[in-house]
Ligand binder design. Structure first.
Ligand code: SF4
Length: 331
């Protein structure tokens, strides 16, 4: 995840919640199913902004949210991409294994260019999925928990792994890389408060994980609903309403059914519906908010967690690079 500061609900439902679930998944014998690594993609953030003054503070804010949401640094190394030099080394090698035209066809890049009104794309931005492939494969990642918009990047990672294995074989181990599989959640994409398909900081349409209940309520009050439902008793169309999509994620099934029925019949007005929605979201966030305040008061703990995660990550990354260099007969 890129260090963009405090996280919003889109990050939570699209990625973080899924990460924590994978981290905590146990097999029948009570052993962890996955070994998990959580990367702060600080170099990636340069693809859309060259401003670096806030990167460190944004990293601390973001990791505070991760920890509050259940990331356990004892089990999952939490580390900055920029501190593990092997990422840039593998990125350089991978950049020779993919064509520029393949990267230009990347639909995620096209969406970003449109959403951010970008006039030109840098060489580094074009190569974003190549650096991401290095991020994943340095740790021999075989499952990548991602939002839908990142699926094309996992596909590129798979292509690069295949291309590397076809070109270079390790003298003892054969294939150096496994092709990773994406793992997406049912609620992988959360709509923005303005009704846009994606919640995004740059679009200014977010609810933060750290928002207090009154802030959540005030944001939900302004959320886009069905524009044809003007008066309380007008029949509404939940399928086009942002607030209803939040209910589907944060309210219980019974309430969702009731809201759908009452919205359609006109028995429910948007003001009351939004109030219930804000309560459901705040109820879900309450334990996160409580845990967050402990870490926010002691940022030095977050810094220590990073240093210890980086120590663990660099060991794994260097083992992989050793294999890569042996397979390539370089270095
Ligand atoms: S009643 Fe609720 S679901 Fe229906 S349009 Fe209003 S906010 Fe949306």
């Amino acid at each position: 995840m890129r260090p963009t500061g405090k996280l919003h609900l889109g990050h939570y439902t699209g990625a973080l919640e899924n990460w924590v679930a994978r981290q905590n998944e146990l097999d029948a014998n009570g052993n962890r199913v996955y070994e998990t690594f959580f990367l702060i993609a600080d170099y990636h953030s340069l693809t859309t902004s060259l401003e670096t003054a806030d990167i460190f503070n944004f990293t601390i804010e973001m990791v505070t949210d991760w920890l509050a949401a259940g990331v356990d640094p004892e089990n999952s190394p939490v580390f900055r991409q920029s501190q593990i030099k092997q990422h840039t080394e593998l990125f350089l090698i991978y950049s020779m294994l993919i064509t520029a035209s393949r990267l230009e066809r990347n639909p995620t890049l096209k969406d970003q260019v449109r959403d951010l009104n970008m006039e030109a794309v840098s060489y580094g931005h074009l190569g974003y999925p190549v650096l991401q492939a290095a991020d994943i494969l340095l740790y021999k990642g075989n499952i990548v928990p991602v939002g839908e918009d990142q699926l094309p990047h996992v596909e590129i990672t798979r292509e690069i792994a295949r291309r590397f294995n076809n070109q270079y074989q390790h003298p003892h181990n054969g294939d150096v890389f496994e092709e990773p599989e994406p793992k997406i959640t049912r609620f992988s994409r959360l709509a923005g408060l303005d009704g846009k398909t994606k919640m995004s900081k740059s679009l200014g349409n977010t609810i933060l994980l750290s928002d207090q209940p009154d802030e959540v309520f005030s944001k939900i009050r302004k959320a886009v609903t069905d524009t044809q439902k003007i008066r309380k008793n007008d029949p509404g169309r939940p399928e086009v309403c942002t607030v209803y999509s939040y209910h589907c994620r944060f309210s219980n099934e019974e309430l969702v059914k009731e809201i759908e029925k009452d919205c359609r019949s006109g028995a429910l007005g948007c003001v009351a519906c939004k109030k219930m929605c804000a309560e459901a979201i705040s109820g879900d966030l309450a334990p996160i908010l409580e845990k967050r305040s402990g870490f926010a008061e002691r940022p030095e703990i977050v810094k220590e967690i990073l240093l210890s995660g980086e120590e663990k990550a660099v060991t794994v990354a260097e083992e992989t690079m050793k294999e890569v260099r042996e397979a390539m007969k370089i270095g």
